[in-house]
Design a binder for this molecule. Sequence first.
Ligand code: UGY
Ligand code: MN
Length: 260
Amino acid sequence: MNKQILTSTGETRSRVTRSHALIAADGHVNTTLQGWSGAEPVILISPQMGARFCLYLITLLSGGTSAPPLPGVERFVYVLDGELDLEFSGSTHRLALGGYAYLPPDLPHRLTVDAGRTNTARFTVVERRYIAKDGHDAPSPLVSTTDDHPGEPFLGDGNLTVRKLLPDEPGFDMAMNTMTFVPGTPLPFVETHFMEHGLVMLSGGGVYRLDDDWYPVTAGDVIWMGPYCPQWFAATGRADASYLLYKETNRDPFLFERLS
Ligand code: UGY
Ligand code: MN
């Protein structure tokens, strides 16, 4: 939707409550992230709203470069547009649309867009304080692309495909999945669980139930679902609806501290 029209009417689909938030693209405000250069970050999910993690959308300009997360913080990067170079342990990996990387806490690395290129890269970043598990090492860094994962029916529904982007191993305390719905397909029931979610609508649209509210959602929207926020989605329109989903995993509820 046109930002100018929305500004002149004071309307927005964005809404922030104690249990959930929907932030539509018209409400984005660029900010700075300490140490990054040539970057236009928008911080969409953060402890300030009650979340236990952060989710950013970042545009990195030609010649731009990242800074490391805070000590003890793990990072997941997912490319939405353009091409991004990721350097760690002496190797460089080029990530394009649907390409992603998991970077364990305290791993030196750098995200760049080569100064010789004219394009920018747009990507989402999820960060949170890593929670160690006794007897298990933190995961190794991982680079892959969504298309390399064939996907599987979610709870037996062939019209709803889940792609698990990270291995389900005890070292990982976060899951990152994509969920793709054929138009007309709903989540099979209203989920209510202690784990938090961060969601980026990648394509298509539909209706999201969050707590006691129903929201029309479309590509570019970002959603935070806090612990126990009742949640349900149904895809509408004529094209598949797809979202990227962060979820806490593999840890006892006592270990997920409330940050604010
Ligand atoms: O697995 C999940 O928690 C997922 N189905 N939730 C969601 O899509 N809101
Ligand atoms: Mn869920």
